[in-house]
Write a protein that binds this ligand. Structure first.
Ligand code: NDP
Length: 600
């Protein structure tokens, strides 16, 4: 279909999107993937820091937190500020960082502006070096937080929790790990990461490949040369390399592979939408001017406001996210008041989305010199069907000599042989396969966490959530005293800048724990009624836009199958993220802790 004709032809676009989606749909859904750990045991170890033996720990701490990513660090910081000294993080990696510990692939970078993405910038006094910081700086920032708040002293690295069970007699949590630890904690928190279990396509022959292969989250610099800081991967100069996958990770590392490898084959099933990035160094003089007390919260709230939750007068962040939010809002505001019906609002939303996606498609055609590749790199779906990508070298990489796009027309790679990759019936012999195939989403929560949280009376979190998620504020569960799950569902929910929600949750955890300690309470948990009231309130909203089956398949919509009945509870505050933040700020400030039961 000619692009010019489709630009504003919404019906034609809808048909084209459905056609592309149908090509990509598969009967095996999530079953098409396998776990990295199960199939590639040698890749399940830590390639970055050697695992050293240590004695099991059998003591008691006031607060144990599972996961040493942003959440564990920020909750730790806030609890230390509140005077809780014996705070322990248990982390499967060899240092803090979570996703930023594991993802050291070349070009890894935050895709939300550093000013709002990197937590505790004000507290640490760190000025990000760039508008979108690269992974080494973010990992270093995690370490900075850990050092500043004394979180290293008590941490257990290279340790995976195997059980977390409430002991009603002692009113304590018992934490067991794969290192033989068995210790107790008055409070527990967990943030095991929404995207931390690496997955591989379950391709026939995947184990038969004789040369080198690895997943992007276990990058093997010993093989490729180079380093996470971006030094050239000189050892690839004589290598034919395949990369499977073209999601947000591939978009960031393909330009580096394109520069280093003798030949690079990019195997594409669904193109990403890749808009401009416009990264730039931050100017210390400018930063000094904007960083008045309270600046980071103000910036975070301004970003949410511009994304659609409010009517911010100015746009501090100014990027592709806020641009989309403003376009949608402007289309809606252009409707006369009496025409602002739900249908017309959704149509305005679609109009803004189509316009933006058309610009992104034209960008691919403009940048990529090979006209066929330029067409194949066009994304045919609505922008929020997949993670929007922003990059100023990805599309350009297809202009490098030796780089080939192998588009599979929605079918994906067929199989792996001893020598290479087969797609479209053609074998591509290669020296190295990089799997940019993503992470598990949509599988069972406890299976991904690797352990069960077992509350009062032996009820597990899986049982508590068998008909869907139930929490108070997305943070606490009835029947699970002194436990906190730091994540954004049933809180700010579909927020583009997740750390904003993490920092806010940390404030809530610190407020609740401080209050429990002040009262000398042994336990604190939501009442069953408060949990129910919260879920009922959330269900008065528009429902979840996540899981839209009209979208191209992917982890956003459970591979096109939709999210099922239980997922209808995966919603946020009816007034959006800003509504949630203002509710919870008022709740904290009231000092009444309505809905919580503080026990003897
Ligand atoms: P994704 O799940 O987004 O991408 C996996 C890729 O592998 C897709 O392109 C998928 O195709 C492809 N794939 C899977 N099986 C096959 C097959 N058989 N043949 C060919 N291709 C196949 O994983 P990512 O690691 O790229 O990103 C995961 C998430 O991590 C992002 O959505 C984002 O939330 C986050 N992220 C954030 C970054 C940041 O800057 N902050 C950077 C990188 C990631 P298909 O699309 O058809 O399924």
């Amino acid at each position: 279909m000619p692009d010019t004709a489709t630009a504003l032809d919404h019906d034609a676009l809808r048909r084209k999107y459905a056609e592309e989606r149908d090509k990509r749909l598969r009967a095996d859904g999530l079953g098409q993937y396998i776990r990295l750990e199960s199939e590639f045991a040698d890749l399940a170890t830590d390639p970055y820091i050697p695992i050293t033996p240590r004695d099991p720990v059998t003591d008691h701490v006031t607060f144990a937190f599972i996961g040493g990513g942003f959440s564990g660090l920020v909750v730790g910081a806030r609890l230390k500020e509140a005077g809780i000294e014996d705070f322990r993080i248990i982390e499967k990696g060899g240092d803090f960082g979570g996703t930023w510990y594991w993802n050291r692939y070349p070009g890894a970078q935050c895709d939300t502006a550093s000013m709002i993405y990197m937590p505790l910038l004000e507290e640490t006094g760190h000025m990000p070096s760039e508008k979108y910081a690269h992974a080494p700086e973010i990992r270093e920032h995690c370490s900075r937080i850990g050092k500043q708040y004394g979180l290293y002293e008590n941490a257990l690295f290279h340790t995976q929790v195997t059980g977390l069970a409430w002991d009603e007699t002692r009113k304590l949590w018992v934490v067991t790990t794969n290192r033989g630890d068995e210790f107790t904690a008055k409070y527990v928190g967990m943030a095991t990461g929404p995207l931390h279990v690496a997955k591989l396509p379950g391709l026939p022959g995947i184990e038969s490949f004789k040369a080198k292969s690895f997943h992007t989250s276990r990058w093997d610099y010993a093989y490729t040369g180079g380093d996470p800081e971006g030094a050239p991967m000189t050892k690839l100069a004589d290598k034919r390399v395949a990369i499977i996958g073209t999601g947000a990770t591939a978009v960031q590392c393909v330009p580096h592979l394109a520069r280093s490898a003798k030949e690079l084959f990019v195997f594409q099933r669904t193109p990403s939408s890749v808009d401009e990035r416009n990264n730039a160094p931050l100017d210390p003089d400018w930063f000094a001017q904007v960083s008045e007390p309270g600046w980071q919260k103000k910036w975070q709230e301004n970003f949410v406001g511009n994304l659609g939750g409010g009517f911010a007068a100015e746009d501090l962040v100014q990027d592709g996210w806020t641009d989309l939010g403003k376009r949608i809002r402007n289309e809606i505001m252009a409707l006369p008041m009496e025409e602002r019906t739900p249908d017309k609002i959704m149509a305005a939303f679609e109009g803004a989305d189509n316009e933006k996606m058309e610009e992104i498609r034209q960008r691919a055609e403009r940048i990529v010199r090979d006209p066929e590749a330029g067409q194949k790199l066009k994304a045919w779906y609505r922008q929020l069907c997949k993670r929007p990508c922003f990059h100023d070298q990805y599309l350009q990489a297809f202009n490098e000599p030796g780089v080939a796009l192998v588009d599979t027309d929605g079918q994906g790679v067929e199989r792996i042989t001893e020598n290479g990759v087969v797609a479209n019936g053609v074998e591509y012999p290669v020296d190295c396969i990089v799997y940019a195939s993503g992470f598990e989403v949509g599988t069972d929560y406890s299976s991904r966490a690797g352990f069960e949280l077992t509350g009062r009376g032996g009820e597990t979190v899986s049982e508590h959530w068998k008909d869907g998620m139930r929490t108070l504020h997305g943070l606490q569960l009835y029947g699970f005293p002194n436990a906190f799950i730091v994540q954004h569902t049933q809180a700010a929910n579909l927020i583009a800048n997740v750390p904003h929600n993490i920092v806010d949750h940390a404030d809530t955890v610190a407020a609740i724990v401080s209050e429990a300690e002040r009262r000398g309470a042994a336990t604190v948990e939501p009442t069953a009624e408060a949990e129910k009231r919260w879920v009922d309130l959330l269900l008065t909203g528009f429902g979840s836009r996540f899981g839209d089956t009209t979208c191209t398949p992917g982890y956003y919509n459970n591979e096109g199958e939709g999210l099922g009945k239980e997922a209808q509870l995966n919603v946020g505050h009816p007034a959006g993220p800003l509504g949630y933040f203002s509710h919870i700020a008022a709740w904290r400030a009231s000092g009444t802790f309505e809905g919580l039961d503080f026990g003897g």
